[in-house]
Write a new protein. Structure first.
Lengths: 225, 349
């Protein structure tokens, strides 16, 4: 589903964020992306989101070369990807419902369908009773869950998360991670960038470790039974 | 229910998903099945229209929520639209005045002082039989003197003169077909000049010609002013929209991240620009109407002094529509320019 083939990324500043990274994630697979800050975690996510383009190498998503995608097609591509940000990127000028509805509205869903899907997503993250509130009135963990609801409301094939548990206490963190695992189990390809080592080890999932823009290790969980 | 919802997702092998992809890349193709993010064309069209409808309301609400900013921008637009409109209106009114004078345009024949009554009588008869002439009025030297004495108040001065200095006058009203036809009128003047006893013929259309020339210069001026001020409107609306774009940077980033197209992002700003233009157009009309109202009293008093009834012509409903259309168009273009210039610089990342 996500396939990096000797991808390098050099920013205009001259900083080389990725150098010849090769990695492969199957459809429905869930993995953690870890490494020191500056190891290239965010760059990987930005490349998949088409917020950046590779300087070298190829990035294939679902067998399609993203390098061939014209700028005007980027919006349609992004509708297949959901992203959760560390700082949630919620809009505080509208309700929780309207925040979550945004991906559906830009894709042209009908209001009735929007309402149904938004409520399903909010129900999934346990915030159905807060749909009319402004996200600014919610706690950090709740805001993060609104962000997750928005990332999955349009049922993307790929779900990305950048430090989704960054500011949360361990209990909330594992709650959030369990949510991600639920999505992984229903066939969504999930890639989570984090440096929360404790959490990762508890989850027992594939861990991709980046070091200076390269894949330093790729540990797959040992299946029991 | 929640867990089940996500488990219903249809995850067919990728080869199967590619079926029916058509011209579009599969990545763009909405997924099929119970889980799919599929939106049909009719739904898309419906949503597109709904988005427009909803923006019509939401953008106007936003403007109403910031009345001072809205009024300032619209007022500047109004002044920029109102000035050329007022100038144009002035020209229209002068033309109206001109055309009214034109209907009374007549030839004044000053007769030779030494012309005998017989010659004058013959001349009067000839002229009244002339097919080119509608009417002839004779003012004898004595009548002219009386009139002059009554109207000018210089009667005493005339007493001192030995002889009546005024010539006899024939006021000739040409046929209607000479109206506004300067060439034909001048030919008529030349023909009458040649008649015996006529000293001089004055055509009261000379100054009409000059007025026409001045008015056409004024028209050009109004056009040039309108063009220059249109650029001003573009800049004003563009700048306001630029600020609006800056204020909504976060929203734009999020919309782009969740797959909003450039058109989707652009739309609210274009609507806002059109609103500014429309409000500016209406305000311009109001400003011109106010100016006209404040002038109308003066003008009718002035007209009364000339024993005439003259009413200033306003812009009317058609003028209002034109101003609104011009405002809306300029607002749209101004917003478009701002959006084209600043929106592409806002990218997530």
């Amino acid at each position: 589903m996500i396939c990096f083939d000797k991808v390098s990324k050099r920013y205009a500043t001259g900083q080389e964020a990725l150098s010849g990274l090769t990695l492969n994630l199957d459809a429905g697979e869930m993995a953690f992306l870890t490494g020191h800050s500056g190891a290239g975690k965010s760059t990987v996510l930005k490349l998949v989101m088409l917020m950046e383009r590779p300087s070298q190498g190829q990035l294939l998503i679902n067998g399609k070369n993203l390098g061939r995608l014209h700028r005007s097609q980027i919006p349609y591509y992004r509708r297949n990807v959901g992203v959760v940000f560390q700082n949630h990127q919620l809009l505080f000028d509208r309700t929780v419902f309207d925040n979550v509805a945004l991906p559906l509205l830009v894709s042209g869903y009908q209001p009735r369908e929007v309402g149904r899907r938004v409520r399903a997503a909010l129900d999934k993250v346990g915030l159905l009773d807060k749909e009319k509130q402004n996200p600014i009135t919610l706690s950090g963990g709740e805001q993060q869950r609104v962000g997750i609801a928005r990332a999955v409301v349009h049922k993307p094939r790929i779900l990305l998360a950048d430090e989704p548990t960054g500011n949360l206490d361990p209990e909330l963190s594992s709650e959030i991670m369990n949510l991600f695992r639920d999505f992984g189990e229903v066939g969504v390809t999930v890639l989570i960038a984090t440096h929360d080592i404790d959490l990762i080890s508890r989850m027992g999932l594939r861990v991709l470790q980046l070091q200076q823009g390269r894949l330093a290790s790729d540990e797959r969980p040992v299946h029991v039974g | 229910m929640s867990a089940n919802r996500w488990q219903k997702q249809d995850r067919r092998p990728s080869a199967e998903r590619k079926v029916g992809v058509g011209k579009k890349p599969p990545i763009k193709e909405p997924r099929r099945g119970a889980s799919g993010g599929q939106v049909g064309w009719s739904d898309k069209l419906k949503s597109y229209l709904q988005h427009h409808q909803q923006l019509l309301v939401s953008t106007s609400r936003k403007l109403l929520a910031e009345p001072v900013q809205t009024l300032m921008t619209s007022l500047v637009v109004a002044i920029a639209l109102g000035l050329p409109a007022a100038l144009y209106l002035g020209i229209v009114n002068l033309e109206q005045l001109g055309s009214r004078v034109e209907t009374t345009a007549q030839l004044t024949l000053f007769l030779n002082k030494s012309a005998s009554d017989e010659t004058i009588g013959q001349l009067r008869q000839n002229l009244s039989e002339d097919a080119d002439i509608r009417s002839v009025r004779y003012i004898s030297r004595a009548q002219a003197l009386t009139e002059f004495r009554e109207l000018s108040g210089f009667g005493d001065v005339l007493e001192m003169l030995e002889e009546n200095p005024l010539p006899a006058v024939l006021l000739v009203q040409p046929d209607n077909r000479f109206q506004g036809d300067l060439v034909a009128s001048e030919a008529l003047v030349a023909r009458i000049m040649a008649l015996p006893g006529v000293d001089e013929v004055r055509l009261d259309m000379k100054w009409m010609e000059r007025l026409q020339a001045i008015l056409s210069v004024g028209e050009r001026l109004a056009l040039a002013l309108a063009l220059a001020l249109s650029m001003g409107v573009l800049l004003i609306v563009g700048n306001t929209i630029r600020l609006a774009i800056e204020n909504r940077r976060d929203e734009i980033v999020v919309v782009k991240l969740v797959g909003g197209t450039d058109n989707y992002v652009r739309r609210p700003f274009l609507y806002t620009g059109v609103w500014y233009g429309l409000i500016g157009g209406v305000l311009a009309w109001v400003l011109v109407a106010l100016a006209l109202f404040s002038l109308s009293g003066l003008v009718s008093r002035l007209a009364a002094l000339y024993q005439s009834v003259f009413e200033l012509e306003g812009l009317g409903l058609v003028g209002l529509l034109y101003l609104m259309a011009a405002g809306a168009l300029l607002g749209l273009v101004g917003a478009w320019l701002a959006v084209a210039r600043h929106l592409s610089s806002i990218e997530p990342g």
